[in-house]
Write a protein that binds this ligand. Structure first.
Ligand SMILES: [Fe+2]
Length: 432
């Protein structure tokens, strides 16, 4: 449920099994984070390649800070900080909480050391698990809701850790591999088919109080969709190469004005992490440099590139409502992080829509804006989503580095139109 409803909820008796379940879930997510770090050398933890990329060390400190700032300090008056100076270093953007350390300078923090940050994490873990143990009826509902928010926040950062370390390794001329991954796909993608959907007034948004969601997914509300078609699968590398070879990056007609400015400014000629060697395309993956597989979904494209491709193809990007409506009721399965490929793979065979979840986040033409009647969380946590509802676009469906337990049909991811270091790709839509 949304924390905005916490004040109205009746306290629920914290039965032992509920406490044990929450502690087990807490330990599981925290362990996942540390497992993701296992392939890294200490030196890898500290690099910041761009202002939008955070060092691994900062991520693992910040997600502990979140529990410290919004759970321990809020619910446990006797809590003692591991180091009071960390409140400045590891606050990301919660300006109503305290002044944050400048984001572009996170890579300058050689101290605290990685070892100190792991001890900070352990300090926070001990305090959270003890607080759950000691929670009484009055505290339980609000505390458990807040811990679950912290765990979902940590899962978001797990995905960012993988996308950021990919950026770090891609900038290293040695092109190190994060770890061995299997990117070889034997099967070929099925031909793209068009699936028709009738228009009408539909409902989207989250309304199940028993399940967690972010505030931005509420309230549930009516939307009007027109008759439309959706592509049965994602756009492949091979199809995107046709756009490149047709001169797509040199023809302003296909591009939004801001998109064309980005092409000129950044000299884009292909998706991020693509390199041409002789007459072949290669790409950087979390497993190092690999020959491009034409059957895999195109990945690491900006909204501008997705939109230009769709125009060139005579189609359009879907709306977020169109993608939510196909995700509702579908099993959350696919090439998500638990598949352990860490790379998009060719579409599986199937009659209907495939790749609805996983592989790549699908850009939509929908701006990240408040739903009708949207109310932010109370206090500093109101900064979590609401203040970013300007100039960003919604993405749907999760990627090969999104934890499965973090996904749901109503999930709204969002990035700025030029961003392309996330695992972002394209599903086409059209009208009829
Ligand atoms: Fe965060």
């Amino acid at each position: 449920m949304s924390l905005s409803h916490v004040a109205q909820t009746t306290p629920v008796t914290p039965h032992c099994h509920a406490k044990e379940d929450l502690q087990a879930r807490y330990r599981g997510v925290r362990q996942d984070t540390e497992d993701l770090c296992r392939p890294l050398a200490t030196e890898d933890y500290c690099i910041q390649t761009e202002p939008f990329v955070s060092p691994t060390k900062w991520h693992i400190a910040h997600i502990s800070w979140f529990f410290e700032a919004f759970v321990l300090k809020h619910f446990e008056p006797a809590y003692r900080e591991f180091d009071p100076r960390f409140d400045y270093l590891f606050n990301s953007y919660y300006v109503t909480h305290s002044e944050p350390y400048p984001r572009p300078e996170r890579g300058l923090l050689s101290r605290p050391t990685v070892d100190e940050i792991y001890r900070y994490r352990a300090h926070v873990d001990d305090a959270i698990l003890e607080l759950i143990d000691s929670a009484d009826d009055d505290l339980w509902q609000a505390l458990s809701d807040r811990v679950i928010l912290g765990l979902n926040h940590e899962q978001q950062h797990q995905e960012l850790m993988l996308t950021d370390i990919k950026h770090v390794f891609a900038r290293n001329p040695l092109r190190p591999a994060y770890r061995e991954i299997n990117t070889m796909t034997e099967s070929e993608s099925n031909p793209m088919r068009w699936i028709e959907f009738d228009g009408g007034v539909r409902d989207i948004g989250h309304d199940d109080d028993d399940d967690f969601c972010f505030d931005s997914e509420t309230p549930r509300h009516h939307v009007l969709t027109n008759d439309h078609v959706l592509a049965s699968r994602l756009v492949t590398n091979g199809e995107y190469i046709e756009f490149i070879e047709a001169g797509g990056y040199g023809e302003p007609d296909h591009w939004l004005s801001d998109g064309w400015s980005s092409v000129c400014q950044h000299k884009w000629e292909a998706p991020s992490y693509w390199e041409r060697q002789d007459s072949n395309w290669w790409q950087m993956t979390l497993g190092g440099m690999r020959r491009l597989n034409e059957h895999e979904p195109v990945c690491h494209v900006s909204f501008y590139e997705a939109d230009a491709y769709a125009r060139w193809a005579g189609r359009r990007l879907p709306t977020e409502a169109e993608l939510e409506l196909i995700a509702v009721g579908k099993e959350i399965e696919g090439n998500l992080r638990e598949a352990d490929r860490l790379h998009p793979t060719a579409a599986p065979s199937g009659d209907g829509l495939v790749q609805v979840y996983g592989d790549v986040w699908e850009w939509t033409q929908s701006p990240y804006a408040p739903y009708p009647g949207f109310v932010s969380l109370d206090g500093s946590l109101g900064e979590y989503n609401g203040k970013f509802m300007c100039n960003q676009m919604v993405l749907r469906g999760g990627s090969c580095v999104t934890p499965r337990s973090h996904m749901r049909a109503t999930y709204r991811n969002f990035f700025y139109p030029p961003d392309r270091w996330q695992f972002t790709g394209i599903r086409l839509a059209g009208d009829f």
